[in-house]
Design a protein around this ligand. Sequence first.
Ligand SMILES: Nc1ncnc2c1ncn2[C@@H]1O[C@H](COP(=O)(O)OP(=O)(O)OP(=O)(O)O)[C@@H](O)[C@H]1O
Ligand SMILES: [Mg+2]
Length: 435
Amino acid sequence: MQVEFPEKLDFLFEPARYKVAYGGRGGAKSWGFGRALLLLGAQRPLRILCAREFQNSIAESAHALLAQQVDLLGLSDYFDTQEKRILGTNGTEFIFKGLRHNVASVKSTEGVDICWVEEARTVSKASWDVLVPTIRKPGSEIWISFNTELAEDETYKRFVRTPPTGARVVKIGWEDNPWFPDVLRQEALDLKARDPIAYETVWGGNCKQVLDGAIYANEILAASGASPSRFGKVPFDPSKPVHTFWDLGRADKTAIWFAQVVGFEFRLIAYYENRGHALQHYIDYLRTVAEERQYVYGEHWLPHDARNELLASKRTIEQQMWDAGHRVRIVPKLTVAAGIDAARLLFARCWFDEDLCADGLQALRNYRYDVDPATQQFSKNPLHDWASHGADAFRYFAVAIAEPQAPPKPLDGPNDRYARRRRSDAKPSGSAWAA
Ligand SMILES: Nc1ncnc2c1ncn2[C@@H]1O[C@H](COP(=O)(O)OP(=O)(O)OP(=O)(O)O)[C@@H](O)[C@H]1O
Ligand SMILES: [Mg+2]
């Protein structure tokens, strides 16, 4: 059978632990990867995991693309396209999984020969850290394809800037695609004429410093341009308490920043997010990291809804936290815009641990304004997506710090034993910030 590939993708047929193709749009990455996997899977039985960072349904996976390629390549005799899998008559199997917050399912995927991570730009550090050691069969390979966006994207740093041993990495663009459709060629040329800078990223595949519409664009540029950069290794000070700042998002998404106040510096020393867990999971997490890293906790700042939200329990989150022996504060209610302003002001005094806050920083870098569908301009409202939870927790951090003094009177909560604890635990001077 004669199947053609762009020359730059020839390496897909040579063994390598990592095969990475990145660049602008239309570089024949998806088709090339999909076709190569089908050809290899038709030759011998392979277990192929097709992964993406976000996959809420099979429709968001590479399933449709592979099914289409089975038809185009005339391989219907070799493959049976099922609802959630594609099976080869020789025993080859394609399975599809989302990575984010799916640790247990990813870890339990045994015997994978090839893992293809498609649209890999936004794969988080936490996801890579779980996925890579899961692909452990001798000779197993990890294939990665993505469109370039930010120079600081975890995937870009990990596989392009400092690629691991045994990685084959190619940049591939529409110029390398002999079948580049004319409609797309016109799109590319139009954008080049209209907005050459945007063209550089979208079609040229060159990284930018900040995303268009990024809410903290200036602050991030200032922090990374500072000398020394305020993104780096941030020391933990064992003589100071660790405060935490929480977002309790929709669908049980929870994000937590861990911070210390040292002199005039705010040190963001760690970040954690997850979803689909009851509060006990996070309480256990707090304990585990405290043991590992010798944290002594100060205050745990929760958003307002902690007074109402239950996370699979009869008691509110606030009550459960008190019962677990934690000192809880509720972040004052402020508009999103005012919270963003507070965060912008605070940014200049923040130092971020690049490693332990990697996923939180990724959220801050990707937190952006929504586009108004009527005008196609950026609106005043942040886009609600995967990045907003970490960014919301950071906003609460700023609001809490901006207004740390008098603890809020528990007027709007029940005057129960939790409220009494809240009052008795609050220091006479207000909060534990100055500690
Ligand atoms: N091997 C091939 N044979 C024939 N046509 C191809 C082949 N590879 C790519 N094409 C054509 O080029 C188009 C773009 O390819 P593809 O979607 O794989 O690019 P991509 O790099 O994944 O793009 P994006 O960056 O937008 O995800 C396809 O829609 C198809 O029309
Ligand atoms: Mg693609």
